[in-house]
Write a protein of this length. Structure first.
Length: 479
């Protein structure tokens, strides 16, 4: 069944729940009530969707998102989930993350106060850790709820069962990459996104939103309350009536319960000088996506695509790259083709377990080939294993990578070619440049909207070809 009805409150404008057989939402609602946390009807309904189960009892949604304006009570949903996971599901470790230390600390304080006021639950709490940046609640039976501020490193080293990503509008790729792998070995993991509408730079949440609004994703539950457009402007962009009180209600399920019409009226007046902020924070209207100033123009890159009938004849160079959390890896190969540099994605897969073996295969087929990596990149963690398969890559410094990016930038309008791989094109479209000084830039992972390993690998391969490439006659060398 696919439950999308929403009695007694306004239904979310965008709703998709994977097909499921049952839900544990009522159990979570009852437990929260026993702790003095009463759910509003919309909150109880949202818990039903987030905790929807398949016939075998496993969660229907690996990812679940609740996107709603501020002060509607989405924090109470997270508190009810935390109680359910700790005391009924007996989850070993829950990571509750926020974009700032103060937000994570406030969530910890609220949970501690809630538990202290719950006479049936408080005796089961064994230890409370209050050290700044290390706030945690541990039960006498060992289950833990840990609060962290997000960063590339937060969450790494923990094997969590559930991850809360509060204020998800501020997520970036590296933070996701640091946390999601912690779920890999867990039997029934889940990621929860909660947020108000996204900012221009909310690339990660926007990508989840696009999947949720499209519907049909078998592992994503998407619940988004927002206003609907009143029409289009001359450029085809959505236009909203910020004074339409029916839209105030549509965007706020807590309307009339937690948020009064009178308050929203005052809020509208107070924010009259910043209508876009009122639209975002109260009506759930997303900011237009921030434009990425691409040093490599996408149209010029597309114009370099070729469909070669055979592989370049020159001895290739290979560049290996891993995402920061080792969640994916890419190998790019570059060689001269008819006197011009040609590059293509030789391999790209999740994880890194496969990378060393694949590099060894390429070494056997191409004994004269040069291999290269970014010297301060995550791939260097595999250095010793690469040596075992006779791959001893040359290492490019950060400055070298800046020169590599400038080199690729100059090659694109000058006639280089590539194999028109969709993964590389998507990485280029979502990659955000990062200034490293001395008039140099590199591809920045932190704010990029996608995994940029494919374009990093191809950029590095083109530079390695310039530095160390040869022009031997070795057909089909990419293998």
């Amino acid at each position: 069944m696919n439950v999308v009805e929403a009695p007694d409150f306004v239904r979310p404008a965008h709703c998709w729940v994977p097909p499921h057989a049952s839900t544990a939402g009522a159990e979570a609602v009852d437990l929260a009530a026993s702790a003095g946390l009463e759910m509003d009807p919309w909150q109880a309904w949202a818990l039903d969707q987030v905790l929807a189960e398949q016939a075998d009892g496993s969660l229907a949604a690996f990812e679940a998102a609740v996107i709603v304006g501020r002060q509607n009570g989405k924090g109470a949903i997270l508190e009810a989930l935390a109680l359910y996971w700790l005391f009924l599901e007996e989850v070993e470790l829950i990571l509750w993350s926020a974009h700032e230390f103060k937000t994570a600390a406030e969530a910890f304080r609220r949970m501690r106060v809630l538990l202290q006021g719950a006479p049936d639950l408080w005796p089961l709490v064994g230890r409370i850790t209050t050290a700044k940046g290390d706030e945690a609640i541990e039960l006498t039976t060992g289950q833990r709820l840990k609060f962290v501020a997000r960063s590339e490193a937060s969450g790494r080293g923990f094997t969590g069962d559930k991850i809360v990503l509060d204020e998800a509008y501020d997520l970036d790729v590296d933070e996701i990459a640091a946390m999601i792998p912690t779920l890999a070995t867990r039997p029934d993991p889940q990621i929860i996104y909660t947020s108000s509408a996204g900012l221009g730079g909310s690339h990660v949440l926007r990508a989840v939103r696009d999947r949720g609004r499209a519907g049909g994703d078998p592992s994503l539950c998407w619940l988004e309350w927002c206003a609907t457009p009143a029409g289009k402007d001359k450029d085809g962009k959505d236009v909203y009536d910020l004074d339409d009180r029916a839209q105030w209600r549509a965007a706020n399920p807590g309307y009339g319960v937690r948020i009064s019409e009178g308050f929203i009226d005052k809020e509208r007046r107070a924010m009259s000088a910043a209508p876009e902020r009122f639209a975002r924070e109260r009506l759930g209207v997303w900011d237009e996506p921030a434009n990425i100033d691409h040093p490599i123009r996408l149209d010029q890159w597309a114009a370099c695509a070729v469909d070669l009938p055979s592989r370049p004849a020159g001895v290739p160079v290979f560049f290996l790259d891993c995402s920061p959390a080792m969640t994916s890896a890419a190998i790019a190969a570059a060689a001269l083709h008819e006197g011009r540099p040609h590059v293509e994605l030789a391999d790209y897969r999740p994880g890194t377990d496969w990378l060393v073996e694949r590099a060894g295969e390429l070494r056997l087929k191409n004994p004269d080939a040069v291999f290269a990596v970014q010297g301060n990149g995550a791939v260097t963690a595999l250095r010793l294993k690469l040596h075992e398969v006779d791959v001893r890559p040359k290492e490019l410094s950060q400055t070298d990578m800046g020169r590599a990016c400038a080199h690729a930038q100059s090659l694109v309008p000058d006639g280089m070619t590539h194999s028109d791989d969709e993964l590389v094109s998507a990485a280029l479209a979502g990659a955000v440049p990062r200034d490293i000084g001395d008039n140099l830039w590199t591809w920045g992972r932190r704010r990029s909207a996608v995994d940029i390993s494919p374009i990093v690998a191809e950029t590095g391969a083109l530079f390695a070809l310039e530095m160390w490439g040869q022009d031997y006659d070795l057909a089909d060398s990419f293998g």
